[in-house]
Design a protein around this ligand. Structure first.
Ligand code: BYC
Ligand code: FE
Ligand code: FE
Length: 472
């Protein structure tokens, strides 16, 4: 099972050959996918050789193989984590202890389809958002990382399309078509979730996106990896192995921008980093505020009966469900959430079952803080007195309780006038965007990097920094 069948048009470890109907459906979708990839995937560089990693098997050490390929020749396929546990049982909810499902129970078709479609929709959306970035890549190393993320997000689309086509019949095939028809930022047929309709116009946004928004992906996939619907669980388990690299690109990308700002501040003994062509720390903070708050919205409302139902039904668990020490049913457990009550932000105790979204957001925030701490270490080590902080969870929210109020990054409730007057102290404004955009010039000499970002500490797959990661 671990080995992937590469002799088929669609590489897979799900024995597609044994299901002619499904194979035909996927093969019929393949050219539509390729058309989408060529039209809405990375602009311009499709005929260049890129140093990409491809999955060759799904076991722990064997899955990443590196080599130069043209992106359209990348082998997008269907890979599920190994089915190693025998007699697997459901970890949580009303069906806890029963065997996991290999097929979709009729009564859960609707919600499962919705979860899979929502997840699937984000994957091509991110590729569309990042479509034009190569033209301003700060190095070949970064351009390659962008393309690696892009091909893998497109593979995540395949992962969800497989589930839809294998388990949802005609409805699933229709959803698969629509996944190629919605378009990020299109007012008439937008992507489903807010953050996936925002623009990713520059590389600082790209690093922030892969740090904060791909990390939402990690938490959502981890909860779906607990699902009683075993094919979904195993699909998500394998996707998580790819996700780690996306977040690495984000974390190290932001760290390198910070490093460069600090180098300029020290070298020129100044806070005026822009004068020397870097991105100043206050601007980086504004980008953090934006991308963190937009990504927080992806966890849904603080209290959600949808989320409670997903949990009770065994469709979507909590982060690391089996490591949590409780009854995994949450019949009477409390959970503390932050809410806006009678014009004040305060903590209230609610039923844990309805607070599943908030709990996942809490886990996410803790994880986000870890990387911020590492960024602050870079600043401290440079001897500079500045600290990047995550804004309060109520800041700049569009979904949930806090979407109705204006709140400062410190968590103070504001009237509309104060918000309007100060918004751009906290969020990037047109001048910030324009400045960052003005720095975005492509650098293509191997081993060279744009002046607003420090080189990475190490290359990809032990290759040197001057390795031709993309052959132009
Ligand atoms: N935007 O009950 P609630 C990734 C709607 S990222 C728009 O809290 P629920 C990736 C909601 O639909 C991971 N609408 O919602 C990263 C509901 O509508 P109805 C993506 C929103 O059901 C980078 C209403 O508000 N994966 O992989 O708990 C690159 C009430 O809300 C939003 C997933 O999202 C929003 N942000 O939904 C590439 C996992 N939030 O029923 C890839 C699958 C809520 O009133 N999705 N609404 O019409 C889910 O688990 C859930 O649908 C949500 C929360 C987490 C989105
Ligand atoms: Fe993804
Ligand atoms: Fe990702």
């Amino acid at each position: 099972m671990a080995d992937i069948n590469y002799s088929d048009l669609i590489p897979n470890n799900v024995d597609l050959d044994s299901d002619r109907r499904l194979k035909r459906a996927l093969e019929a979708w393949h050219p539509k996918f390729m058309h989408w990839w060529k039209t809405y995937g990375p602009d311009q560089y499709q005929d260049k050789e890129v140093y990409l990693r491809t999955a060759t098997s799904v076991d722990k050490d064997g899955w990443a193989q590196f080599g130069h390929v043209k992106m359209p020749d990348y082998r997008w396929g269907i890979f599920l984590a190994e089915n190693n546990a025998e007699n697997k049982t459901i970890n949580f909810g009303d069906h806890k202890g029963q065997p996991v499902w290999q097929d979709v129970p009729g009564e859960y078709r609707g919600p499962l389809r919705r979860l899979i479609v929502t997840q699937g929709d984000t994957e091509p959306a991110s590729v569309e958002q990042q479509r034009i970035l190569a033209a301003t890549a700060p190095s070949l190393y970064d351009m390659r990382n962008l393309f690696q993320v892009n091909v893998e997000e497109a593979r995540h689309l395949w992962a969800m399309v497989y589930l839809l086509m294998a388990h949802f019949g005609r409805d699933g095939r229709e959803e698969a078509e629509e996944l190629l028809e919605r378009r990020s930022g299109d007012p008439d047929k937008p992507r489903i979730l807010g953050a996936f309709n925002e623009r990713t116009p520059d590389w600082l946004s790209f690093y922030m996106f892969t740090y904060f928004t791909d990390r939402d992906g990690k938490y959502q996939l981890a909860s779906l990896a607990e699902s009683a619907f075993d094919p979904l669980a195993r699909t998500c388990q394998f996707m998580l192995t790819e996700e780690a690299h996306h977040m690495y690109v984000g974390e190290t990308g932001v760290a390198r921008v910070i490093q460069r700002a600090c180098d300029i501040m020290r070298e020129h003994k100044t806070d005026d980093v822009r004068k020397f062509g870097g991105i100043d720390l206050p601007t980086i903070q504004k980008y953090v505020n934006f991308h963190f708050s937009v990504s927080e919205d992806l966890f849904g409302a603080e209290q959600s009966t949808n989320a409670a139902n997903y949990f009770t039904q065994g469709l979507k668990g909590r982060y690391m469900e089996s490591h949590i020490k409780d009854d995994h049913q949450l019949k009477d457990d409390p959970y503390t959430v932050t809410e806006c009550v009678d014009g004040a932000i305060r903590e209230t105790e609610v039923a844990a079952l309805t607070a599943i979204n908030e709990r996942l957001r809490d886990d996410y925030i803790t994880d986000c803080q870890r990387g911020v701490d590492r960024w602050n270490r870079v600043i401290r080590e440079a001897g500079i007195d500045f600290e990047i902080t995550l804004p309060h969870r109520a800041f700049h929210r569009q979904i949930g309780q806090f979407s109705a109020v204006k709140v400062s990054p410190e968590g103070r409730l504001l009237d509309a006038a104060t918000w309007a007057a100060r918004e751009h102290e906290w969020l990037p404004g047109e001048t910030d965007h324009e400045y960052v955009r003005s720095l975005m010039h492509q650098v293509t000499a191997p081993g060279e990097f744009a002046p607003w970002i420090a080189p990475p500490r190490i290359g990809i797959n032990n290759q040197p920094r001057e390795f031709p990661y993309v052959k132009l």
